[in-house]
Design a protein around this ligand. Structure first.
Ligand code: AMP
Length: 390
């Protein structure tokens, strides 16, 4: 186990907003940062010391990043397999490749979590797309078992998801009746897919957990997440859930990080189903639902990630102020409106605006977020009144 100190260099694969915020935290702590991303002047490249512009599978560029860096990390999970193998052998990648291999494959991910005795939505791997059939739920309903089930036992409603490559609801279809089967068969013929029982959740929540190279583990307060069109819209912290559920969510997150031997920050998305916590998915990196930590916690998820991979003591993750984080997408503002800030001004006295420096605003593209500190109910009313997200 190595310690990486200020003035040494952190190499980041991926230069989007997560890389940028990781870099800003690292720079504040005195580190140098090098980034690899295919887009010139990417959000992280704008603030890093070294910007390498090349494809992620360009092995010469990966070698260049490694030669510049004392430690390597990443902001996204679909790193080229060959590049990952090379880095594992020839550079210091404390996060390793085992957790990544699991989290980027939904079947492996669900099997691993269920194997720890932690509830997940009932799931099954689809082996034969053409013969995919799903039964209607019986009149007496369906009692979930929260682990893998035989495919023949899956009933409507359920969700088909591609095993790899899906995010923000992409590569998945909710199946409610036989009419949805042709689309499901088509998706399953083109990609390896799993089926998941549709969870009648009352809330979506998440926990950001950090585990250091020293084995120290800390969790951030539970966030309550509201999605619109499958993209995170708001995180509300503290989550409006019972202390019992909160305790359970935090315990699940710790157990997952420890059992997987994860290093760095891990974002864990969960459903609240009745009085149960059900894990939806993991991201082995800082997570959008943890952006509130930048302004509302003693230590941000990005600083915590840097501490964890560098072998420093983890910081206090305590919340010092209630907060609502609201994402700003390309849908909400064109570039001019984003730059002149006018609609945001009423939110800004206790709102912290974070913009990612992306050149173009597109539908669905995450352009920034605002962390609004103070009473949550008052903030939610002010967000509504701003009409920015109407
Ligand atoms: P995912 O890409 O797996 O995070 O799914 C995106 C969103 O789809 C989640 O945030 C949920 O709102 C919804 N979703 C995913 N899986 C399920 C499920 N098994 N039951 C109900 N809703 C789901």
């Amino acid at each position: 186990m190595k310690k990486i100190f200020p003035y040494q260099t952190i190499g980041i694969i991926g230069g989007g907003q997560l890389g940028r915020m990781m870099c800003l935290a690292a720079k504040a702590m005195g580190y140098r940062v090098a980034v690899l991303d295919p887009t010139p002047n990417c959000p992280c490249g704008q603030v890093a010391d070294v910007e390498i512009t090349a494809a992620y599978n360009d092995l010469a560029a990966i070698e260049k990043l490694a030669s510049e860096s004392d430690v390597i990390t990443y902001e996204f999970e679909n790193i080229d397999v060959e590049a990952l193998t090379w880095l594992n052998k020839n550079s210091y990648l404390p996060q390793g490749s085992d957790v990544l291999k699991i989290t980027r494959h939904r079947y492996l991910e669900k099997s691993t979590i269920a194997g720890m005795g932690i509830p997940v939505a009932d799931f099954a791997l689809i082996q034969d797309a053409e013969r995919l059939n799903i039964r209607p739920e019986t009149v007496s309903g369906y009692s979930p078992v929260f682990r893998e089930i035989p495919l023949e036992e899956m009933t409507f409603p359920c969700v088909i998801k591609t095993a790899t490559g899906g995010y923000d609801g992409k590569g998945q279809i909710v199946l409610r009746s036989e009419a949805d089967l042709p689309a499901a068969r088509e998706l399953a013929a083109a990609h390896e897919c799993i089926l998941e029982k549709f969870m009648p959740f009352s809330k979506e929540i998440s926990v950001i957990v950090a585990r250091s190279t020293t084995g120290e583990v800390r969790t951030f307060p539970v966030a309550e997440n509201i999605h619109v069109n499958n993209i995170l819209h708001q995180s509300i912290v503290p989550a409006r859930i019972s202390p019992q559920l909160e305790k359970e969510a935090v315990e699940c997150a710790k157990k997952i990080a420890e059992n997987m031997g994860a290093i760095g920050v891990l974002g864990i998305e969960m459903f609240v189903v009745g009085e149960k916590i059900v894990i939806n998915e993991l991201a082995p990196r800082p997570h959008n639902s943890g952006h509130y930590t930048i302004d509302a916690c003693v230590t941000s998820q990005f600083e915590q990630h840097v501490r964890a991979i560098c072998g420093l003591p983890l910081g206090d993750p305590a919340l010092h102020t209630p907060v609502v984080m609201v994402n700003i997408l390309g849908d909400h503002m064109n570039m001019k409106e984003l730059c002149d800030l006018a609609p945001y001004l009423p939110l800004l006295p206790n709102g912290k605006l974070h913009l990612y420096g992306k050149a173009e605003a597109k539908i669905g593209r995450k352009m920034g977020h605002v962390n609004i500190l103070g009473d949550v109910e008052k903030t939610l009313a002010a967000v509504d009144a701003s009409k920015i997200w109407a």
